[in-house]
Design a protein around this ligand. Structure first.
Ligand code: PLP
Length: 428
């Protein structure tokens, strides 16, 4: 029997009259997977509980921050202690220093941090800083990559390979979009062409070293090394956007795991432990260009908020001993084995897993490394499966292009069950 979602339906209807699309962020509206968004009343560990009293195992985990699961006791305790001492200072506090030290311990090439309140802000600041220090206007990004919703980055490829971007959102003037150049991932020739055409105008190239928000488009280290070499030669900065990958697979970044050094790193999600935090990290010589030392302006009323910092500190303290990552890898294997066993004969039962990040790519053939290579049939299969999974108490991110996250709060049985349910549904 289908669980009742009467309250969620009523709440969603009411929300739609009060808020555009009923939501505070677009994908939450279930536009591509269909059905009614659930209204969650509380969450604990691996579980969500909705307003109708239904229970779900959550594999979206607030889109990545909750690597320790919902409401981890140590994180909640740290937040409560901080909150009792004041919700916001708008002034300096010791926790800024503690979180900065913990973050920098994961990024050996970085020397300083600027805290902000979201990944979007971190990236926006990185772009302005890159433009400020190089005195150049253009940014290079890669097709399909989402780096938050700032104007410079809501840009997609125009027609042709080497091209100015066109805005991917109304409200971004063409003149802004034209300062962003867009290139396919995993394409050395296209990279070379872009640097030949625009190298001396580029302030920075921005890429997730492990592109994970438009599928999981793992790049070959040689391609990333080429990007590093070309940016260096052109005098442009390389920004690794590690908002998702930072502290997700190891204590630190994915770029360092590959041995490729970026000039600036952007972070968010995990370093806030579920509270709003973003950060920009860089070497002193670049960070000195930020106000108040330098002429690149950036500020925030709630930046360095003590409650958010406390959640981040508690989270990184737990992650620092490395045991969490071993646990997550072993949980991940609990996903691979049953899915291979129950659906391995289906050519379209395809997925890529790196530690606690899984992308279901439900189309035959090699897992793509670029947005252009993603087959539509994968999304069609995923979209069909999303609602039945919800009915079975499994919450995946409501988009085929988003990854599935595991947390240390999931049990091996839950993860095995996830794989088995997926195997059953993709057979149907
Ligand atoms: C790689 C990447 N960069 C930046 C952002 C923007 O972060 P936020 O949503 O915290 O503004 C996201 C959000 O998902 C992201 O995945």
């Amino acid at each position: 029997m289908k669980p009742s979602i009467k309250k969620s339906e009523e709440l969603y209807q009411k929300a739609c009259s009060l808020m555009p699309g009923g939501v505070s962020s677009p994908v939450r509206a279930f536009g591509s997977v269909g059905g009614t968004p659930r209204y969650y009343a509380r969450a604990q560990g691996s579980r969500f509980f909705d307003e109708d009293g239904n229970e779900y195992v959550d594999y979206c985990l607030s889109w990545g921050p909750l690597i320790l699961g919902h409401a981890h006791p140590a994180v909640v305790e740290a937040v409560c202690v901080a909150a009792r001492d004041g919700l916001s200072f708008g002034a300096c506090c010791q926790r800024e220093i503690e979180l900065a030290e913990r973050v920098l311990a994961g990024f050996p090439d970085m020397e300083q941090v600027r805290f902000v309140s979201s990944g979007t802000e971190a990236v926006m600041t990185a772009i302005r800083l890159a433009r400020g220090v190089t005195g150049r206007p253009k940014i290079l990004k890669f097709t399909g990559g989402y780096h938050g919703h700032s104007d410079s980055l809501l840009v997609e490829a125009g027609s042709g390979l080497v091209t100015f971007g066109t805005s991917s959102s109304q409200g971004v003037p063409d003149s802004f979009a034209q300062e962003t150049v867009v290139c396919p991932l995993n394409d050395e020739e296209a990279l070379e062409k872009i640097f030949a055409s625009f190298g001396d105008q580029l302030a920075a190239a921005i890429v997730e070293p492990l592109p994970a928000n438009n599928g999981l488009l793992e790049q070959k280290p040689a391609w990333l090394a080429k990007l590093r070499a070309l940016t260096e030669k052109a005098g442009a900065l390389l920004i690794f956007d590690e908002v998702i990958s930072g502290f997700r697979l190891r204590y630190g970044g994915y770029g360092d795991l590959l041995g490729i050094r970026a000039d600036l790193i952007t972070l968010g999600k995990i370093i806030g432990g579920g509270m709003p935090v973003g950060a920009l990290c860089g070497p002193k010589k670049i960070m000195a260009a930020l106000a108040p030392l330098g002429g690149v302006y950036q500020a925030g009323t709630l930046s360095g908020n003590p409650v958010s910092l406390a959640a981040g500190i508690a989270t990184l303290e737990i992650l620092a001993d490395g045991g969490s990552y071993e646990k997550l890898e072993s949980l991940g294997r609990q996903f691979d084995q049953p899915l291979r066993q129950d659906a391995g004969d289906l050519a379209y039962a395809n997925w890529r897993r790196l530690g606690s990040v899984i992308w279901l790519y439900l189309a035959p053939g090699e897992i793509p490394r670029s947005a252009e290579g993603i087959a539509d049939e994968s999304a069609e299969r995923f979209n069909k499966m999303h609602a039945p999974l919800l009915d079975r108490g499994i919450y995946l991110a409501p988009s085929a292009y988003e990854v599935t996250f595991l947390s240390t709060a999931h049990s091996p049985d839950e993860v095995t069950d996830l794989a088995k349910q997926i195997a059953t549904l993709i057979r149907e």
